[in-house]
Design a protein around this ligand. Structure first.
Ligand code: NDP
Length: 499
């Protein structure tokens, strides 16, 4: 074993060997369904564990548990400072088990152990503590009224923020722990109960975290995890009549299906969907900063990031030199298992995702697109795709318009910044964008004119718990993070008193 190969913790080995059940009512429960779902290691395609394939009956049990816990009001009516302390203890327990969680994340998802440790766990802890702090900041407003009747009557009015009830959280496979925490923490901080469903591809880290929530003092039934297939378990969860709010991250197609069915019951939804995110590089940009920033922006987690820069528009004077700098950087990337800390690019999450990304590249090859690829990775049954630049792709290619969600980036020469802006906004998506320039006036101008929920200047994919995040256009509705995050998990009640 090389020095850069991670040694598995004993606790990771024993967690993988468990016959995982569903986490309902503060304890492990068996599923009604006998069938199991296999969890594969993307680095070699071998089975490493399995999870329960929850039935609609199991989901009903989990939602009923969450509903009972919410109705008992123990969590919802707890003094905010005590709720905050329990959530901070929950964060401490996650920190104490960070290496175990990082290894599980890499084993089931494929990403580099360096990213699991520094980004996934690092961000998870930042977000947990930020959100725990919001528990004690929930506040309404006092309002002046102008009701003229009856003559002489006086009124005082204010608003209260009250938890919505049972939340359903649907979590995708690209950042199973971090995005899971983005569902769980605001729900718990607001005083709601939650049933969360990880992707069937990556169920392990959230199952581990559920036990830690109970250990921290979160009351039984307030935090439940069901594992299973999206079309069965996920659909039963989001359609359950006792669910008051759905928070979903995933594909635009599934998000729209959830929104359509939620409309029947007027269930609140927050949707964080796909992106086809542009980066505009103006001719006065700092080339070294561009290459460093957009290599990370494009290839972090093998490009399986909704915010990833996947279309880079470069003003003509910089195009040739930047293209060769990107090519050199891509060819210098080592491709291999995430558990080898010396590797830069790791496998995709699943055989299905590998097939999907390969199909985009095959179509581009068949149309004689110019592809500049790096190392293809080991040929060992793992789900590898070579990091690839597509130079000036034909606009008719699917990879120009659709979300690839792989290590594939388009480099496009533009005559000037206005052409770049027009092409950047010519998409149905509107999640993120970046502009690269040393000119403050241009940075302000383009950040206002780019159609995206987040615009970065001279960086890409940097997120912060205090910075609201979400999509315009087909990239979703609602915003996560920031000081107002809990509003989406609360009803605003108006109280009007005559005195
Ligand atoms: P999906 O949108 O199908 O999956 C996301 C989550 O939704 C998973 O937990 C999935 O469960 C669940 N789900 C699936 N169907 C339903 C349903 N009917 N009701 C409730 N929940 C459901 O994405 P895919 O995994 O199929 O990925 C396809 C593409 O989506 C990717 O290539 C990428 O382009 C995009 N994507 C975007 C993400 C983002 O961060 N915005 C994240 C993931 C994907 P299960 O996995 O068990 O089926």
């Amino acid at each position: 074993m090389s020095a850069t190969q991670v040694t598995l913790l004993e606790s990771v080995k024993s967690f993988l060997a468990r016959a995982h059940g569903l986490y309902i009512d503060g304890r492990w429960q068996a599923s009604d369904a006998a069938a199991r779902l296999t969890v594969f290691n993307p680095a070699d395609g071998k089975a490493i564990s399995s999870s329960a394939d929850a039935s609609p009956g199991d989901v009903d049990r989990a939602v009923s548990s969450a509903w009972r816990a919410f109705s008992a009001r123990v969590w919802a009516d707890m003094l905010p400072a005590i709720r905050e302390r329990i959530l901070l203890r929950f964060a401490d327990l996650v920190e104490q088990n960070a290496e175990e969680l990082a290894q599980l994340e890499t084993l089931e998802q494929g990403k580099s152990i360096n990213i699991s440790r520094a980004f996934e766990l690092g961000c998870t802890l930042n977000w947990m503590r930020y959100t725990a702090g919001l528990t004690t900041k929930i506040s309404g407003r006092t309002l002046g009224l102008s009701i003229p009747l009856p003559e002489g009557a006086r009124y005082q009015a204010w608003t209260r923020k009250e938890p919505v009830g049972v939340v359903a959280g649907i979590v995708p496979w690209n950042f199973p722990l971090l995005i899971g925490i983005w569902k769980v923490m605001p729900a718990l901080a607001a005083g709601c109960s939650i049933v969360v469903k990880p992707s069937e591809t990556t169920p392990l880290t959230l199952l581990r975290v559920a036990e830690l929530a109970t250990e921290a003092g979160v009351p039984d039934g307030v935090f439940n995890v069901v594992t299973g297939r999206g079309a069965v378990c996920g659909a039963a969860l989001v359609n359950h009549p006792q669910v008051a709010k759905v928070s979903f991250t995933g594909s635009t197609a599934t998000g729209k299906a959830i929104a359509r069915s939620a409309a029947d019951r007027l269930t609140r939804v927050t949707l964080e969907l796909g992106g086809k995110n542009p980066a505009i590089v103006l001719k006065d940009a700092d080339p070294a900063q561009v290459v460093e920033g957009l290599m990370t922006g494009s290839f972090l987690n093998q490009g399986q990031v909704c915010a990833a820069s996947s279309r880079i528009y470069i003003e003509a004077p910089l195009f040739e030199s930047l293209t060769s700098a990107f090519e050199q950087a891509v060819k210098g990337l080592k491709v291999g298992a995430g558990m080898d800390s010396a590797m830069h690019i790791n496998p995709l999450v699943s055989a299905m995702q590998q097939k999907k990304v390969s199909a985009f590249l095959e179509e581009a090859r068949a149309q004689n697109a110019e592809l500049l690829s790096g190392d293809a990775g080991p040929n060992n049954g793992g789900y590898y795709i070579a990091p690839t630049l597509v130079v000036n792709p034909d606009p008719a290619l699917r990879l120009v318009r659709e979300e690839v969600f792989g290590p594939v980036v388009n480099l496009v020469r533009v005559a000037d910044a206005e052409e770049a802006l027009r092409l950047a906004n010519d998409t149905e998506y509107g999640l993120t964008a970046s502009v690269w320039t040393q000119n403050v006036g241009k940075a302000l101008d383009y950040s206002a004119r780019l159609e995206a929920g987040t615009v970065w200047v001279n960086t890409h994919t940097l997120i912060d718990p205090n910075l609201p995040f979400g999509g315009m256009k087909q990239s979703g509705t609602g915003r996560d993070f920031g000081p107002d995050w809990l509003d989406a998990y609360c009803e605003e009640k108006s109280v009007c008193v005559r005195y």
